[in-house]
Design a protein around this ligand. Structure first.
Ligand code: 3PG
Ligand code: MG
Length: 396
């Protein structure tokens, strides 16, 4: 690996600034998904075991450079303390006197959490002055926030260049999983890409067709590819103006030896609502007054065969309108097939993106996947083949 890990660092007696991502969903003051918080523990424990003092730096939501009390990280102190099983000392600013005082106050085995880095306008501007003020607080920098690594901010990029820097355990795990899925994967590789729009995923599709052996396209995006082939999709969500782009992606795939898989049968309905009356028809037979809301069972059987013939699977985006029943059926069935093959040892399966993880959890498939990323935007940008500034900065 071209970056250092905690194993390479001497942390005895050092104050370690750890960039984490605890940008978690909250409702009525309660954290509704603890995943990101729970995942920082291995890094915190490793640093403490090596004799370091842990100072957590993080952003929360998008306060845009101002102090927004509802976006204070003070609201997650109890959740972090509970998850770590350690006392957490909160500092009401991520730089300056309040930060210095909080760090001084924390005793052995206690963890410091500093206030939302995005309360300072310099954070998102990657202001060297703000990064320098942060650097003054500690001796070593550890980045464990893969899911914020697509942002070149003071606490994710600038700071990494000012102190000896290393990847935390979660960062390491994310990077290893991504390397195994796309960097240097066991072949054949199948990618599943779903979601509403081709227009938001052009770069992703264009990159993937040069890297994977099979590309499964689902969700609203598939409709645009069907339109591009002259197939009528009725009132379905489709970007007709993107048809030429879809044809170009197909052409690129052909040249690269990547096989594209579209639905062969579809579930259609007249209304977009849970329990709407639906029917399953051949992909060529979408009624003019209906919408395609899911892939059909024949498509699922075909996908299972592709998965079974593959060694590596990377998944981003649901196959249908998974958030309402019964249009989650194809996503659920395909996810369970991938889970089964992974459990049996034949498949390395990696998934990421907020919707994707929610869909895999709802299907009961997530636990059997080889790796589920904590990242949304960063996972996508990485799949697009982009360099992530937070990762680049760790390479020195
Ligand atoms: C996320 O939640 O995806 C990361 O924490 C990044 O947050 P951002 O999209 O507000 O930069
Ligand atoms: Mg986001």
């Amino acid at each position: 690996m071209p970056w250092k890990t905690l194993d390479d660092m001497d942390l005895g007696g050092k104050t370690v600034l750890v960039r984490v991502d605890i940008n978690v969903p909250m409702e009525a003051g309660r954290v509704t998904d603890m995943t990101r918080i729970d995942k920082i523990r291995p890094t915190v424990e490793a640093i403490i075991a090596k004799g370091g003092k842990v100072v957590l730096l993080a952003h929360f939501d998008r306060p845009k450079g101002k102090v927004v009390p509802e976006m204070s990280l003070s609201h997650v102190v109890d959740a972090v303390a509970g998850s770590l099983g350690r006392k957490v000392v909160f500092g009401s600013d991520c730089v300056g006197e309040a930060a210095v005082a909080a760090i001084a106050k924390a005793g052995a085995g206690e963890v410091v959490l500093l206030e939302n880095t995005r309360f300072h306008p310099g954070e998102e501007k990657n202001d060297p002055e703000l990064a320098a003020q942060m650097a003054k607080l500690g001796d070593v920098y550890v980045n464990d926030a893969f899911s914020a690594a697509h942002r070149a901010h003071a606490s994710t990029e600038g700071l990494a260049r000012l102190l000896p820097a290393a990847a935390g355990r979660l960062m390491e795990a994310e990077l290893k999983a991504l390397e195994a899925a796309l960097g240097n994967p066991q072949r054949p590789v199948v990618a599943v890409v779903g979601g509403a729009k081709v227009s938001t995923k052009i770069e992703l599709l264009a990159n993937l067709v040069t890297k994977v052996d099979h590309l499964v396209i689902g969700g609203g995006m598939a409709n645009t590819f069907l339109v591009a082939e002259g197939i009528e999709v009725g009132r379905s969500l489709a970007e007709r103006e993107m048809a030429e782009t879809a044809r170009e992606i197909r052409h690129r795939a052909q040249k690269a030896g990547c096989q594209i898989h579209l639905p062969v049968d579809i579930v259609v309905a007249r209304e977009f609502k849970a329990g709407a009356e639906s029917q399953t028809v051949d992909v060529q037979k979408c009624p003019p007054d209906a919408m395609i809301l899911d892939a059909g069972p024949k498509t699922v059987v075909a996908l299972e065969a592709v998965f079974a013939a593959s060694r590596t699977l990377i998944w981003n985006g649901p196959l249908g309108a998974f958030e309402i029943e019964p249009f989650n059926a194809a996503t659920n069935a395909a996810a369970l097939a991938a889970a089964r093959l992974t459990r049996a040892g034949g498949l390395i399966s990696v998934a990421g993106g907020g919707d994707t993880v929610a869909a895999l959890n709802a299907a009961g498939a997530a636990d059997d996947f080889t790796f589920i990323s904590t990242a949304g935007g960063a996972f996508l940008e990485w799949m697009e083949g982009k360099d992530l500034p937070g990762v680049q900065a760790l390479m020195g």
